[in-house]
Design a protein around this ligand. Structure first.
Ligand SMILES: Nc1nc2c(c(=O)[nH]1)N[C@H]1C(S)=C(S)[C@@H](COP(=O)(O)OP(=O)(O)OC[C@H]3O[C@@H](n4cnc5c(=O)[nH]c(N)nc54)[C@H](O)[C@@H]3O)O[C@H]1N2
Ligand SMILES: Nc1nc2c(c(=O)[nH]1)N[C@H]1C(S)=C(S)[C@@H](COP(=O)(O)OP(=O)(O)OC[C@H]3O[C@@H](n4cnc5c(=O)[nH]c(N)nc54)[C@H](O)[C@@H]3O)O[C@H]1N2
Ligand code: SF4
Ligand SMILES: [Mo]
Length: 698
């Protein structure tokens, strides 16, 4: 037994991945080797279980494929051939090139990172300080959630929402653009609990996801049409007197304007946009607005990856104020809990280090269009890119452009990684990174309300080093001598939360270490907007947003159709009639785990789910190898056509993602066809706003 064997040490850890659950893990270490890893059983949100990916995290940690030493490129760019060098040579080479480029214009250097680890220290501290001090281009990190965030914030004020711990009490749960069975397992466990107590669970998804399959009612709209559905729901709620007039009067602004706006959004009009039946829209509105049964919405990012993703989230987030569902903890809407925390971004990232050089006003580069940025940015062109916590060649839209950008001979590419990813193949200098078991970190969550500490369980493998170490060493070589560049990881972590913040003032490292976790200073469960107090400029839920008006947007909820919808873009649909989505596979986490044998075996092959009617129209059968294509590119997959329970609605095809391109069979993945066009709010990526045609592979 681990607990009693003195040779075994038990270490508290946290799952670092981009997943709302942020699970607490416990690692048993024997003679310096991690021998067992599982969910910490004393932390309530995780309740002792990890998902089937991270339950095997030791296979990732000890994979023979781990990068173990710094390397330099010896082959052609992109070929992926490297020779080992020492850390000194690697860091000196980088510092020399960065100094050279910065002498002309530091904005020609671009960091590229996302959520390889969500830790506050390894995810966004020393790296940001380094690039701020350098005066590098700013990366706008929009690839996942920014559209939804902006839409939600316009209505609610911040990313605060229903406490996930309250879901078991809910009796009506609307899962909208989310697939919690796959991407938010521990919330799903609470939804199952609610179901056991009689809750009705409804899922809105063009795909028959694992969640849709387990729900009581599945509505499958066309991708990118959720905004139209939300406006029609409001139309019916108002028309049929299903609103909470007292809540509206006390805690909202702009109701009269909203009522006028949705007056012509009849269910029939929304049916024409969404491809749903008008009667189903009526019924959904009546179920959602049923008096005396507060509903909760789990809205998530599946619905924000289309041209109108921001507006859609904005409209949806109006619903619980209209009905007053916010009055109880188990009512309202949950997009993300991230705004509940008082994380101290300024202390972590030190934006004031950015040099005030009038020659170089700040330049922003949007990560969702990295291909275009690498190929087209002027004043200045990007001359160096440093990638860490991310795999853009696999995950960024329009692969052909992304690859062409990374393949530029005159672009200096540094990649810090655990594995030789599609992106790593393009590195000039490739650096080995530590896994979560090898470094220190502190974590908030976007799917619960706790804070946790990750203690290193084992020494770094080979010469792997944490992100903070790399940027500390680079700062030293660049001559950056501000005190913040010599802070230890724990010193950084101790500053992660604002002590003066009403909800995170209680967070304290000593308690975290002894207890393993701390909940924010909130009751359990809590009802954030039972009595208004919205963090908007007006303090109310803003049906009418003066902020949006100031920014030049429509101040009222409205519908922005998909750029590439089969109904909204008939000219393009004539050539490419199928709406293509590529949501997460349950066996991969973005492109993470998609190189490890266990998960490749479990996923089997790149799949494309198609409705039997669409397959028949093309003479395609289940199991056929097909080519999915549009003007941007093409990739191959194996067709899945289920005649009994179709995996997708008619007119939609879905490719579970994200495959490594070099492991997918044809060197391409779903992003061969996706677009770099951006969302209406937030400059987000539009992965699921994409028309294609499908044919048998030649
Ligand atoms: N196993 C696993 N878990 C993950 C991830 C992973 O890759 N694998 N990724 C993590 C990350 S980074 C994120 S952002 C989250 C993503 O997880 P979610 O926020 O749940 O988002 P998606 O899985 O992209 O989409 C959810 C569902 O929305 C559907 N959908 C697609 N387009 C539309 C639309 O226009 N309208 C509506 N209503 N639905 C639509 C998709 O078919 C999908 O079933 O999951 C995290 N968790
Ligand atoms: N077609 C399509 N494309 C998509 C999506 C989709 O649904 N469909 N989803 C989009 C979404 S929601 C997101 S969030 C993005 C995700 O895009 P990314 O954030 O790029 O996610 P990953 O592919 O998981 O790549 C993270 C990489 O970071 C590395 N890493 C992990 N820990 C560390 C560390 O401590 N240090 C360093 N240096 N590296 C580390 C991992 O090994 C991994 O290769 O993809 C987007 N792309
Ligand atoms: S990926 Fe999500 S569900 Fe899996 S262990 Fe990590 S936080 Fe938990
Ligand atoms: Mo994401």
């Amino acid at each position: 037994m681990a607990e009693t064997d003195p040779a075994v040490r038990r270490v508290r850890a946290v799952c670092p991945h981009d997943c709302p659950d942020t699970c607490a893990m416990q690692v048993d270490v024997e003679n310096g080797r991690a021998v067992r890893l599982r969910g910490a059983d004393d932390v309530p949100f995780t309740r002792g279980t990890l998902c089937s990916k991270v339950a095997h995290y030791l296979e990732r940690t000890y994979s023979p494929e781990r990068l173990r030493t710094p390397m330099k490129r010896v082959g052609a760019k992109g070929e992926g051939r490297f020779a080992p060098i020492g850390w000194d040579e690697a860091l000196d080479t980088i510092a020399t090139r960065f100094r050279e480029i910065a002498a002309t214009d530091p904005r020609a250097i671009l960091p590229y990172s996302y959520a390889g680890t969500m830790g506050l220290v390894q995810g966004s501290s020393m790296d940001r300080r380094f690039f701020h001090r350098l005066g590098a281009s700013f990366l706008d990190r929009t690839i996942c959630a920014e559209a939804g965030f902006q839409g939600y914030k316009a209505t609610i004020g911040a990313t605060l929402g229903t406490d996930p711990e309250a879901f078991p009490e809910a009796r009506y749960i609307l899962i909208w653009g989310a697939n919690p069975v796959v991407s938010n397992l521990h919330l799903w466990a609470r939804i199952v609990e609610a179901k056991r107590h009689g809750a009705r669970v409804v899922c809105i998804d063009p795909v028959r996801s694992l969640t849709a399959e387990k729900s009581d009612w599945h509505l499958a709209p066309l991708p990118g049409t959720d905004g139209a559905l939300a406006l029609a729901l409001m139309h019916v709620l108002i028309r049929d007197g299903l609103c909470d007039d007292d809540y509206i009067a006390r805690y909202t602004v702009g109701f009269d304007a909203l009522r006028a706006r949705v007056a012509d959004w009849t269910p029939a009009r929304a049916a024409a946009e969404t491809g749903l039946a008008a009667a189903d829209i009526e019924r959904l509105a009546h179920e959602y607005g049923e008096p005396g049964r507060p509903a909760v919405i789990r809205a998530n990012y599946g619905l924000n990856r289309c041209a109108g993703g921001g507006s859609a989230m904005r409209a949806i987030s109006c619903l619980p104020a209209l009905t007053g569902h916010w009055r109880v903890p188990h009512g309202g809407i949950l997009l993300s809990t991230s705004g509940t925390y008082g994380a101290d971004g300024a202390a972590l990232e030190r934006p004031e280090l950015y040099p005030a050089d009038p020659r170089f006003p700040p330049r922003h580069v949007n990560m969702s269009a990295i291909g275009d940025a690498l190929l087209e940015a002027r004043e200045p062109p990007v001359r160096a890119i440093m990638v860490y916590n991310a795999n853009p060649v696999a995950v960024a839209p329009e692969s052909a452009r992304v690859r062409a950008g990374f393949a530029r001979e005159d672009l200096f590419v540094v990649v810090h990684e655990l594995f030789q990813t599609d992106t790593a193949d393009y590195a000039d200098i490739l650096l080995p990174a530590t896994s979560q078991l090898e470094h220190w970190d502190i974590h908030k969550s976007y799917g619960h309300l706790n804070v946790m500490v990750n203690e290193p369980a084992i020494a770094p493998l080979g010469e792997a080093r944490p992100n903070t170490w790399v940027f500390r060493e680079l700062a030293r070589r660049m001559g950056f001598d501000e005190a913040c560049f010599s802070e230890t990881d724990e010193e950084i972590g101790a500053r992660a939360f604002r002590r003066d913040h009403p909800r995170s003032g209680n967070i304290d490292l000593a308690t975290l270490r002894s207890e393993g976790w701390q909940r924010l200073a909130l009751p359990t469960p809590y009802a954030p907007f039972a009595e208004g107090n919205f963090p908007t400029p007006s303090g109310k839920c803003e049906f009418h947003s003066a902020t949006l008006a100031q920014q030049g947007h429509d101040p009222l909820p409205h519908y922005v159709p998909p750029r590439e919808g089969p109904r909204s873009n008939p000219a393009l649909a004539a050539r490419y009639p199928l709406a293509f989505v590529s949501p997460p596979s349950r066996h991969f986490l973005n492109s993470t785990f998609a190189n490890l044998p266990r998960f490749l075996r479990a996923e089997g092959r790149p799949w494309l789910d198609m409705h039997p009617a669409d397959a028949a129209a093309r003479g395609l059968g289940d199991g056929t190898r097909v080519r999915i294509f549009n003007d941007r590119g093409a990739f191959h997959a194996w067709l899945r056509v289920d005649a009994g329970t179709p995996g997708v609605r008619e007119g939609v095809v879905s490719a579970p993602s994200i495959w490594w391109q070099k492991l997918s069979g044809d060197g391409c993945n779903a992003n061969a066809v996706t677009s770099q066009a951006l969302t209406d709010l937030g400059g987000g990526a539009t992965f699921y706003d994409c028309l294609v045609e499908v044919a048998a592979a030649g």
